[in-house]
Design a protein around this ligand. Sequence first.
Ligand SMILES: [Zn+2]
Length: 215
Amino acid sequence: MKRLTLSFDNGPFPDVTPGVLDVLAERGLPATFFVCGREASQASRRRILERARADGHRIGNHTLSHNIELGATDDRDAPRREIEESQQILGELAGSERLFRPYGAGGVLSPRLLSQQAANLLCDGGYSCVLWNSVPRDWEDPADWPTTALAHLHEQDWTLIVLHDVPTGAMAALPGFLDRVAEQEIEVVAEFPPECVPILEGRVVGPIDHLIAAD
Ligand SMILES: [Zn+2]
């Protein structure tokens, strides 16, 4: 049976995320929300994330600022801020897990994602680095991204999809997408495909050199 893991990045937004949570709750589906520390520090957004936690979803760290590619900056303090400071802001929202998803413009898996310093910090801090194997670019194609996503599901046994609970209108297509997933008897699971987690709880367990900038 094929599997699908849902993840939603760059939220939460008051006009979008509660609707996504409603859709997931109606269907009893789990997801992980990767959020930026800067946003998670705002009380109105934090309440939405508290609901996500209470609904049984996981909350991951998607950097503090969402504008520094750790493999493409000379700022030696960037890993501490973008990873650790953000994790501190998430605090209890993250539970006992330390799930980190790097910021990469456009979702491209490349050496721009991490520096060696950032990778070391993830290992020392006991983080899991959670990547993806499907980016249907819902922000560019808000109406028809499910077609792209379903093609990815067709090609792979276990898809970890990156969607965005942000105000592009794309989440209006989420129920229809999940209907198609259910019709095809694809199991929606909370766990991540191992191939998408090259660092697991601080240990390098998969190929990662292609994601780390040369010093
Ligand atoms: Zn992002």
